[in-house]
Design a protein around this ligand. Structure first.
Ligand SMILES: Cc1cc2nc3c(=O)[nH]c(=O)nc-3n(C[C@H](O)[C@H](O)[C@H](O)COP(=O)(O)O)c2cc1C
Length: 134
């Protein structure tokens, strides 16, 4: 199987309802194609981990790349996997991600996820929480 993580820039006009609608169809498609993963929105950018049979992952990524709800999609990590980190989720999405490491592992449901992925995703969540000093 293949696991890919990418980041992208969300359409600045995107609303929570748009994300909810996108998740509904994404989860339906992913269930059909046996794809699992997690999506994080930090207020500006998306990070998504998508895992499953290699050709299905790439086909899905091609569809996602053309989606006007985001742009600048850039893969940050691609690797072959034996087991899924998000086996229980056709697409985990949790608006309350707060950057604490244990949340991703706990939500993933089947034990700790790949440590490097967890660090990358946690850092990404923290990026969206940057506030002006003053
Ligand atoms: C950030 C982001 C993540 C997405 N993730 C998925 C996904 O995991 N699976 C999926 O099928 N579509 C996903 N989509 C939606 C696809 O771009 C595309 O709209 C969808 O596959 C079309 O499906 P439909 O023909 O059933 O409407 C995502 C879109 C965005 C903007």
């Amino acid at each position: 199987m293949l696991s890919v993580i990418y980041v992208s820039v969300a359409d600045p006009l995107i609303r929570d309802e748009d994300i909810a609608a996108m998740l509904t169809s994404a989860r339906r498609n992913n269930a059909r194609d046996d794809l699992t993963g997690a999506l994080i929105y930090n207020g500006n950018n998306f990070m998504q981990l998508l895992e499953g049979e290699a050709s299905r992952v790439d086909k899905c990524l091609n569809a996602i790349r053309n989606d006007t709800r985001h742009s600048g999609m850039t893969e940050v990590r691609r690797r072959t996997i034996e087991t899924r980190d998000f086996a229980d989720w056709f697409m985990l999405y949790y608006p309350g991600f707060d950057g604490y490491d244990e949340n991703l592992g706990r939500l993933a449901g089947n034990g700790p996820i790949n440590a490097e992925d967890e660090r990358m995703m946690s850092n990404f969540i923290a990026l969206g929480q940057r506030r002006p000093v003053m």
